[in-house]
Design a protein around this ligand. Sequence first.
Ligand SMILES: Cc1cc2nc3c(=O)[nH]c(=O)nc-3n(C[C@H](O)[C@H](O)[C@H](O)COP(=O)(O)OP(=O)(O)OC[C@H]3O[C@@H](n4cnc5c(N)ncnc54)[C@H](O)[C@@H]3O)c2cc1C
Length: 481
Amino acid sequence: MSYDVAIIGSGLGGLIVGAKLTKEGRNVLLVEQHSSIGGYATCFTQDNFTIDVGFHSMDGLYAQDPKIKVFEDLDVYFNIEFVDIPTGCYRFTNNRTDFTLPDRVEDAIKVLIEKFPKEEKGIRLYFETIDEIFSSKWKDKTAGEMLDSMFENDNLKLALAGSIQYYGDDPYTLSALSFAAAMSRNLKGGKHYIKGGSIKLTHYLADYIREHGGTILLNQEVTKIIVNQEKETVEGIEYKSTSDESSETTFIEANYVVVNAPLPVAAKLLSSERENVQRLRETINSLKIGHSVLNIYFGFNTTLDKLGHNNYFTVVNDESVFSLSDIFVNNNGGYSRKNYIFVDYGQTDTGMAPFGKSTGIISTVDYIDNWNHLNKEDYNNKKKEIETIFTERLNNLIPDVVNHIEHISVATPKTMERYTYNPKGSVIGFARSPQQVGKYPLTSPFKNLYFASAWSIPGGGFTSIIDAGWQVATSILKKRR
Ligand SMILES: Cc1cc2nc3c(=O)[nH]c(=O)nc-3n(C[C@H](O)[C@H](O)[C@H](O)COP(=O)(O)OP(=O)(O)OC[C@H]3O[C@@H](n4cnc5c(N)ncnc54)[C@H](O)[C@@H]3O)c2cc1C
């Protein structure tokens, strides 16, 4: 069989590429190793609760947001409903400070100045800086250095670094650019949720691909990207069933291959020892992989506003975290003290829980090394232990919530890796340090091989991935057929 384009992986990046290319008449094959579509952008249903595996919110959707043109072009706006998250950017709480950061710049400045009047100058500078971060002096600086240069008050710095776990595990290794660009987007357009969950978007894009003549294969793992040494191109892929071990490997030809699978996976798939492929492998192996997370999913038999809880997104810092330099130590410490994020999906109209009930998620930074050495029994016991720890901690945040839990389950970094093949269960691809951000192996070793995932430029998160997928699709469309 022969295709214009073969796409490896059905994560959001792969689906955007596939949707745009099939729309423009290209013959596309998308191959996914898992039984379901979406990679990290998917949901599961248990005990009548539908819960997003990872997705908490989408930033942007303001007039100049590049996602708008993509969503318009692919008719996403007519088919997917985005609901506003009404309770601000996030609530930050530790035992010394408790306030909600609004999700509009002017409101955020006002609240912060009221709370930290001595820091007014720095607060104004911070918001000016994140708005124009790419044209400024911050390229080689970390988020921690940026915050230290502007503020004295440690609580203010901690509060502004509240959502850091989405981008890094240590403010002093996270690039100021990555951090500031994401904060700026959150404060421009606010936060939004996809009604019905991220699965609505990924299934919509998959259906779009099929309706426009593309083919999607599930339960098929790509085992090789075939390289034509003489022509210096890739010429197709090999894949094999993940559900039937006795199945044969299939080869298909393709004029272009797009890798949505993680880049370390791509490097192994390339059937070539050419110098430029070796260089790509070396670069990939030399880059530090980003952190993972541990997620605890909840189904509640009530909406939590009935218990007096009124925030969608709460950042809970442990009392032992006094300054930015404590964050990395905390992330590597015990679960009873780890900082965490709690998302109360019931604060907006997700349409994903039975009437009068709601779902929620606790997410905390974690590492696969905390899990890899455990046998099955110890692994399950540790999950149970952590479930108890975090249920108690959630009960401290929302008194009596413990008596309203109908569903609880835990996903570890191993779960993340097993389902998506993201090495170490990384949720951000490569770590986004200033040293690494400019070094990503952007350049593909072959002119008809492309990368579109959290591991390529501009990085992870829905906004970046949609951008990456769009750039790849438009580059392919510019080339002669
Ligand atoms: C817990 C969590 C919370 C998050 N929260 C948010 C949020 O609130 N907002 C936000 O914007 N972003 C969030 N993100 C980030 C966002 O979900 C990811 O950046 C994005 O979904 C990654 O998409 P991707 O296209 O890189 O592919 P992935 O989702 O990594 O998918 C890659 C796909 O490739 C497949 N694959 C791999 N190898 C092969 C192979 N050899 N053959 C065939 N298929 C293969 C995998 O099975 C997978 O389906 C979160 C992520 C996590 C994990």
